[in-house]
Design a protein around this ligand. Sequence first.
Ligand SMILES: *[C@@H]1O[C@H](CO)[C@@H](O)[C@H](O)[C@H]1NC(C)=O
Ligand SMILES: *[C@@H]1O[C@H](CO)[C@@H](O)[C@H](O)[C@H]1NC(C)=O
Ligand SMILES: *[C@@H]1O[C@H](CO)[C@@H](O)[C@H](O)[C@H]1NC(C)=O
Ligand SMILES: *[C@@H]1O[C@H](CO)[C@@H](O)[C@H](O)[C@H]1NC(C)=O
Ligand SMILES: *[C@@H]1O[C@H](CO)[C@@H](O)[C@H](O)[C@H]1NC(C)=O
Length: 692
Amino acid sequence: MESPDGYKSKKPVKKGVIALIGAALVAVLFLVIFLPIYFTVIRPREQKSSNGSSAIINEPDSGSTENGPSPPVETSEAGSLRGGHGSTITKEDGSTFTYQNDFGGLWVEDPADPFNNDARPNSWTPPLNTSWQWGTDRIYGVNLGGLFVLEPFISPEIFQRYPGALDEFMLSEAMAADTANGGLEQILEEHYNTFITEEDIAEIAGAGLNWIRVPIGFWAVETWPGETFLERTSWRYFLRIVKWARKYGLRICLDLHALPGSQNAYNHSGRLNNVNFLEGPMGIANAERALYYLRVFTQFISQPQYLDIIQAIELVNEPLAGQIGFRPLNSFYIEAYQIIRGITGVGSGNGPYIILSDGLQAMASWEGLLPGADRVGMDGHPYFAFVDTPILDPISVPAEDGLAGGTWPRRACDAWGPTFATSRTNFGVTFGGEFSGAVNDCGLYLRGIHNPRSFHPQCPEYDAWETYNATMKEGIQSFITASFDAIGDFFFWTWKIGESIEGRVDIPLWSYKLGLEQGWIPRDPRESIGKCQRLGATFEPFQGPFSPAQTGGNPSATVAADYLLSNPWPPASINSINVPIEFLPRYTNTAPVITLPEPTYTGAPASATQGLDGWFNDNDTEGGIAEAVECTYPDRYIPDPDYAPIAPCPVVAGVPVPTPEVTPGPTIPEVEPGSTLDVESSTPEVTPAPVL
Ligand SMILES: *[C@@H]1O[C@H](CO)[C@@H](O)[C@H](O)[C@H]1NC(C)=O
Ligand SMILES: *[C@@H]1O[C@H](CO)[C@@H](O)[C@H](O)[C@H]1NC(C)=O
Ligand SMILES: *[C@@H]1O[C@H](CO)[C@@H](O)[C@H](O)[C@H]1NC(C)=O
Ligand SMILES: *[C@@H]1O[C@H](CO)[C@@H](O)[C@H](O)[C@H]1NC(C)=O
Ligand SMILES: *[C@@H]1O[C@H](CO)[C@@H](O)[C@H](O)[C@H]1NC(C)=O
């Protein structure tokens, strides 16, 4: 693939990059020279004098475990370093910690063979070199929320430093202006570098978990003028997460969490206020950019070196289906599916699973979408925290199984067990990509900067985690355990909540890490199996198996042509526009395509990285997205209510031009949640966008 203006060469190499490469070189030299000496000479002497420790400790001399001297880090015949519970991990900077994993996890690192997939997080999860069996293997996952897409309640301190910033857009502006502290790049890079470390990834594996969902913003690929986000830097740190996930045996769902224009107007979409994705004057153009970035991500992660780690890509997090309407979103999902499968091909081993958000509507609303499609999954986000009328039932009273929890554990089973099981039966692969341990909206900034604290009457009790008594902890744990069981394949939101400026985690029940440390998250997530049954809940769990196409078993899986024709891209109409959809501005594909850069593999022979260029399918030679010079585009984030173009721009050959209308164009009635998505067949007026 020619990429004359590819990502790597687009910007001059910055000082930071040079420093990073320098640090990597030092790290490799350390591994090559110092490690052998360390293990043969220094290490044995230390083991005699050190004593037990059950936590991961950061000091260079913490070595052994409660069970006696730590097992040595072994060197395999092929030369990779590997170890299990109690072994010593040496980080890039040369410092060490002890790997704690009671579940039979194996970590593997081999600078000379950077794509070694032998690692596994625990004994009941297949190593990365072995296929994941959907419907048999269970996802026990967490999100790395707030790492690459910032949220006030997850990393409050950085928002508190810049009062007035409500979302990452404003925060980025404020950081850019803060040159005294190094400006945007330095300040945000410090967050990327410290918020989730190698120990976190090791702890996730050690907690009996096996997958991570990693939210990322479109700015990991590029930003356009007027978009304040830090461009591209997060991609480098994402690659570092991938490297660690490979080392500890974790699989990844890459989640496109923030799209140009914002898909839900929430602070966690990058910019608070308006939806400009599939809605409003820029609704189609912004969606075209989203499709382009999905293409760029897919090209990278479909490379064979990444396939076994990044096994799923989520097209868009929480688009507001209720406001955007099902039909436009449906068309977007179908178009993204075609673009992605056009790149990856169809069937097992060809690219990632494609995950659709339920759009914050009932998952059942999507049954029947993409019939016959290859490896498409559904993501639902069940929360009680955001209900309109607060539920005041106490949690430190007995539940049906005799443990504390009150009505909460059973409520989770009843509300979520049936819907997730039904979605598996009627739709296919389904997971809960987000949910938390909270039964209310207490805690700092959960409702955003504007509403720092909830008025829920039980907040004093729930906020004071330092003084939770044993019954309270048991009740919360019971609710969380029941949630795991009800949802089935799950990703807790989120692994870590950062401290506020006061130096305290101020929203405890959203942090898996804190819950583990404090005892309201089960040490072994498998304790959840059968919890709903023990509570007397009666829903039928999904018995499997999935149909062959749903899990890659049909190498010629196709979606019927008439179905595609009745759901054209772009959609027949979108909400909040004054003109026929054909008049909305579009982009051209005349820009040089962006290829995401590979990391630098300093210790690897050239043969190990040959052919890796960030672009899996060279048959995809389409250009990148750009504005057409002859067109003017309205604001991408602030919809102009009076915007009323009178002709298409750019003019696309073959697209019929409708007569301009003075009155507002038709809006399509929304499909009610729960109804099926059968769309009356309409004659497509627009040629579907080219499929690769
Ligand atoms: C080792 O740790 C145990 C438990 O923490 C303690 O009882 C014991 O005295 C310690 N031994 C030494 C030699 O420090
Ligand atoms: C996969 O990794 C395991 C270790 O987790 C190893 O024993 C096995 O040989 C590997 N399999 C292949 C096919 O490389
Ligand atoms: C900010 O995001 C949180 C969830 O992350 C949400 O609860 C809150 O409503 C959002 N704030 C606004 C003003 O959208
Ligand atoms: C534990 O704490 C909860 C919440 O503050 C309280 O309602 C309950 O009475 C306490 N239970 C015990 C046994 O102290
Ligand atoms: C590219 O196209 C050629 C010719 O049609 C085909 O043989 C090859 O498999 C395609 N490559 C990929 C990665 O799809």
